[in-house]
Design a protein around this ligand. Structure first.
Ligand SMILES: Cc1cc2nc3c(=O)[nH]c(=O)nc-3n(C[C@H](O)[C@H](O)[C@H](O)COP(=O)(O)OP(=O)(O)OC[C@H]3O[C@@H](n4cnc5c(N)ncnc54)[C@H](O)[C@@H]3O)c2cc1C
Length: 154
């Protein structure tokens, strides 16, 4: 049986490339509580919040009620509109990241360009590119792809 992340045999378990920020935020909040987990998030943009950081066109807003477009563990009773606008949602995600100290897990301006599973070492090797073009690799036991279905749509 494989050891769990809290098993003393697991000294560290790097994880998680690309958790950009909407679903990623939720994962990081709970994974960050695991003492044996060495958590790293790579985000290609200059800041967190994914969809809501990138889309700034006039009228950009949520098409479902803001009260259900939020985390159950970080409820915001102050939404200004039933369908909150993009700016307000962006602020919400950034406030949640700040309140729960989640930014420390994120390296922004880091794009994941490749990921390969190595069955000999039972680890992922992830290739990354920084904004200045520098490339490097990282390895991890668990890789969570949170790059967003709509982020690079074709
Ligand atoms: C304009 C717009 C309006 C929307 N409105 C609604 C709505 O009203 N209601 C609703 O339910 N949903 C809406 N959506 C869908 C929305 O995408 C999801 O609700 C949610 O934001 C998805 O979260 P996510 O974390 O999966 O993806 P995203 O928020 O897209 O986050 C993905 C992140 O991964 C990063 N990333 C991608 N590729 C890489 C890479 N190779 N390396 C490093 N980082 C990478 C991106 O920079 C981004 O930060 C809307 C989407 C768009 C585009």
């Amino acid at each position: 049986m494989s050891p769990s992340v809290d098993d003393p045999r697991m000294n560290s378990a790097a994880t998680a490339e690309t958790l950009g920020w909407t679903r990623g935020l939720c994962f990081v909040k709970f994974a960050g509580n695991l003492s044996k987990l060495d958590l790293q998030v790579y985000e290609k943009n200059d800041d967190i919040a994914g969809t809501w950081w990138e889309n700034v066109y006039p009228g950009c807003a949520c098409d479902i009620p803001a009260h259900i477009y939020q985390f159950m563990w970080a409820l915001n009773p102050f939404w200004s509109h039933y369908y909150a606008d993009g700016k307000e949602i962006l602020q919400y995600f950034q406030d949640v990241a700040d309140k729960y100290g989640l930014r420390k897990y994120v390296k922004v301006r880091h794009t994941v360009v490749d990921a390969k599973w190595d069955s000999a070492t039972a680890k992922w090797t992830v290739e990354l590119q920084q904004a200045d073009g520098t490339k490097f690799t990282d390895t991890c036991d668990f890789l969570v792809n949170g790059c967003g279905l709509l982020n690079n749509w074709k």
